[in-house]
Every structure is written in structure tokens, then in C-alpha cells.
Design a protein around this ligand. Structure first.
Ligand code: MLT
Length: 302
């Protein structure tokens, strides 16, 4: 099975790009560069001639950054290339958390042989009532490429949008969108918002940022969306919060058995960037970065 994005291409100067089965590391023993999607390189012996790694995606936590730095291997990513794909799935997550589409569709499937399905549905639908997003407060933690797209889309859904990003100045935030309220203290997002979506990279400083302390500050029945990285959320604290009804819905794009078994969790198998368009954009940007580096020594998005 191919676990990373690959292209078949030969550049003008002769750099060839080929696909290899990531599980057979001998396939890439001769590689000068590796382009990778989500598979982990942490356990892998790095090819001896490796000069560069391009991650066809935003997060680089599947790449051994320290080892690469020690060996002078440049690491690239493709910021923004899959942002629209992720944004669209976040919007789906907001809707799935608010309207009982999953319950309603499952009910229809279970009753599909019933002759009077339409009539029964009219009676049954009271069990699948939801709420609207209009007027609800959405907190966005991280206003990078994805966070900003989500923010603008949510404004267009008539949500009240609050953005927190310690790396963006108030002026910068105003330039992003005049309709996003720029919040200086993440605790205000925790305390005030009905929906909270996380769009930050996984770093030592962000690991388990959504922990028991953060959850305790939140409104009862808050909805949390995580399309960034699983370890940004303390899983045990989240399971407790779901079981207690503190968190009504946790929409997460990183499945683990424990979270998948917890009522209230909506678990997606890491599909944020799994669109033809996002995969093409990432593969193209990663390939261009590698070729430009190998042939011209240029470094972009490192
Ligand atoms: C990312 O970091 O951009 C995503 O994890 C991409 C992916 O799903 O490959």
C-alpha cells in the first residue's frame, strides 16, 4: 500500500520522482529526497544520501526533525496547500455536531425495508432535532491558513467568530478579517464560546492544551472540533468531559479506540486533506520544493 503521495515526473534537469512503498524502506535507500504524507519516519533508518524531506501537508510531527537537523537534511512542508479541504471538513463537523444527521441517516438505514418509511419518519424526526449555527459563538484557536478560512466561512454562516493566535498582532488580525473578534487570552475563548475549533501545530507548548483545566472553564455542552492533531487534546480528560456531558460533541479527525467508543464523539479517519484537490496541491508544492532545492539550492517553506 502506498502511504505517501508520489508523482511520476522527471524535471528538466533530470531529477526523477518516483513512488515507493513506504513499508519497504529498501525502495528509497538510494533516494536523495523523500516526499511523504502521514506515515511516520521516526522509526525509519534515513537513506544515506538523503538531502531533503518534503511533507505533503502542514504538520511535520511524523518527521524526525532533530535527526534531520543533525544530518543536515532540509525539511519542507506545504503550508496552505490542503487548507481548503480541511476547512470544508471542519464545516461538515460543525453541522454534524449540530444536526443529528448521523442518527437520522442510521435510523433510515435500519428502517429502509419498511413500507411506510416516509410516514414513520415524520413521527420519528422529533428524536433527531438539532440546533442552528447562526448566532452561536465559535472560538478558533490558531489563525493560520486553515483557521482563517474556517473563520471567514463561519462568518458567512452568521456565527459570531472569535479568533485567538498569540503570533498575530491585533493589526494583523484586522487585516485577516474585520468580522473576526481578536481575542488576546485563550481562556476567554474557553469561557465564552459554544463551539471551539483548534488549528495549531503540535509543539511541546501546545501538547494537551485542551486538558482538564481548559475543559473545566468551558460552557456546559460545548462542542469541540479537532482537525489539527490528536495530542493537542488530553484524551482522558476529553473522555471524562464527554461522559459527564460537559462536552456535548467532540468532532475529531484522528481515531483512537478509546475516543471512538465514547458517546458524543464523532470520529473521522483523518480525512481533512483527503480530497483530490488537496492531495494534488500538496504533491505539486512538495515536488516543486524538492526540485528547486536539489537543482537550485533554493529553500522554500522549511
Ligand atoms: C496536514 O498536516 O496537513 C494533514 O495531516 C495532511 C494529511 O492528511 O495528509
Amino acid at each position: 500500500m502506498f502511504k505517501y503521495t508520489c508523482l511520476n515526473a522527471i524535471s528538466e534537469k533530470g531529477t526523477s520522482l518516483f513512488g515507493a512503498d513506504f513499508e519497504k524502506t529498501e525502495d528509497i535507500r538510494e533516494a536523495d529526497a523523500v516526499m511523504i504524507r502521514s506515515a511516520s519516519m521516526h522509526e525509519m533508518e534515513l537513506p544515506p544520501m538523503l538531502e531533503a524531506v518534503a511533507r505533503a501537508g502542514a504538520g511535520v510531527n511524523n518527521i524526525p526533525l532533530e535527526k534531520c537537523a543533525e544530518q543536515g537534511i532540509v525539511v519542507f512542508n506545504t503550508p496552505g496547500a490542503n487548507a481548503n479541504g480541511v476547512k470544508e471538513l471542519v464545516l461538515a463537523g460543525l453541522l454534524l455536531a449540530s444536526r443529528d444527521i448521523i442518527g437520522g441517516v442510521a435510523w433510515v438505514q435500519g428502517e429502509k425495508d419498511s413500507e411506510d418509511l416516509g410516514k414513520r419518519a415524520e413521527k420519528e424526526k422529533k428524536h433527531f432535532a438539532g440546533c442552528e449555527l447562526k448566532g452561536k459563538k465559535l472560538g478558533i484557536i490558531g489563525l493560520g491558513a486553515i483557521g482563517v478560512l474556517v473563520a471567514n466561512a463561519a462568518v458567512n454562516l452568521d456565527m459570531e467568530v472569535y479568533g485567538y493566535d498569540p503570533y498575530i498582532s491585533v493589526d494583523g488580525a484586522w487585516k485577516l478579517s474585520r468580522d473576526i473578534h481578536h481575542i488576546q487570552d485563550v481562556n476567554d475563548i474557553y469561557r465564552e464560546c459554544d463551539y471551539i475549533t483548534i488549528h495549531v501545530p503540535l509543539l511541546d507548548s501546545t501538547k494537551e492544551m485542551i486538558n482538564a483545566d481548559a475543559l473545566n472553564q468551558m460552557k456546559d455542552g460545548v462542542v469541540i472540533l479537532n482537525f489539527a492533531r490528536d495530542l493537542l487534546v488530553d484524551e482522558k480528560a476529553m473522555i471524562d468531559a464527554l461522559n459527564q456531558g460537559k462536552v456535548k460533541r467532540y468532532v475529531v479527525d484522528f481515531p483512537t479506540p478509546a475516543i471512538a467508543k465514547t458517546p458524543g464523539a464523532i470520529v473521522i479517519p483523518h480525512l481533512g486533506a483527503s480530497t483530490q484537490e488537496s492531495e494534488d496541491n500538496c504533491a505539486r508544492m512538495a515536488a516543486e520544493e524538492l526540485i528547486d532545492y536539489l537543482e537550485n539550492g533554493n529553500i522554500r517553506h522549511s
